[in-house]
Design a protein around this ligand. Structure first.
Ligand SMILES: Cc1cc2nc3c(=O)[nH]c(=O)nc-3n(C[C@H](O)[C@H](O)[C@H](O)COP(=O)(O)O)c2cc1C
Length: 245
């Protein structure tokens, strides 16, 4: 492994792979929508979510003057629509209308909500801050909905059962992804002092070694099946070991 230094402006790309949102807005009875990748929850109670929008975007002024925005979480179904909505500004023409994505009315705000998404969060504008070359708009959640095929409200997690119902992740450029696998960490919860005293590092190493053994066994099973012509070649990489401290 070689660690290579990168230019500071590119560091943000290391955060790639997080969900892309389509932020929809309404101002003076006109609707708009644009993909936004710079987004995060910032408070649980009150429920606040922030999005960073460049002042050159029409969305920027529509949030500022409309004082509300909706977060639509697209699935693969809207892959190309998402790209299109990010390629052109509403200042040029009504790109939402031209995209022919059906919309529906929200519960609490005027911004249109987009079909083909798996989650919808309606926000009123709580506050905004200039952050370098973007503006951070903090929205207060006033309504939220999720597709039951996509999101399990009992576990509070994406189900990841069907690719068509997974939230679209943005890697950069024109490249998107979806979550492919899930793992449950096996560290048992006990009093923290006890965990430190008992040497949690060793326990973590053992858990990691167990995970590696399982993956190696799986890889062997696949190789065997491949040799017998019962499986596709395995392109996944071998389990990686942590370097010594
Ligand atoms: C996947 C994707 C993610 C984007 N993320 C952001 C973002 O986080 N902030 C931003 O200001 N622009 C972002 N953009 C660019 C805007 O979506 C784009 O400039 C869009 O045309 C703005 O439309 P508007 O002028 O109608 O608001 C992104 C574009 C794409 C394709």
């Amino acid at each position: 492994m070689v660690r290579k230094r990168m230019v500071e402006e590119e560091a943000r790309r290391l955060l790639g792979g997080s969900p892309v949102l389509i932020v929809s807005t309404s101002w003076r009875a006109v609707g708009n929508a644009a993909p936004i990748a710079y987004a995060m929850p910032v408070s649980v109670n009150p429920p606040l979510i922030a999005v960073a929008v460049h002042p050159s975007r029409r969305t920027h002024d529509m949030i500022k003057f409309g004082e509300e925005f909706a977060i639509n979480i697209p699935s693969k179904v809207l892959l190309n629509h998402t790209q299109w909505l990010g390629m052109v500004s509403h200042t040029v023409g009504d790109k939402l209308e031209s995209s022919r994505v059906p919309t529906f009315k929200g519960k609490e705000i005027d911004a249109p909500l987009l079909e083909g998404c798996v989650g919808w969060i309606e926000c009123t504008l709580h506050d905004f801050y200039t952050m370098g070359d973007h503006t951070l708009f903090v929205g207060k959640v006033v309504a939220a909905q999720a597709d039951t095929d996509a999101f399990d409200q009992n576990t509070g997690m994406w189900s990841l059962a069907d690719d068509e119902y997974k939230p679209l992740m943005y890697l950069g450029g024109r490249t998107y992804s979806v979550l492919d696998d899930r793992f449950d960490a096996t560290v048992e919860a006990r009093p923290v002092e006890q965990m430190i005293e008992e040497g949690i590092g060793r326990e973590l190493e053992e858990a990691e070694a167990e995970r590696r053994i399982k993956r190696e066994e799986e890889a062997e099973r696949r190789d065997e099946a491949e040799r017998r012509g019962e499986a596709e070649p395995d392109s996944s990489s071998l389990p990686r070991e942590l370097p010594d401290a």
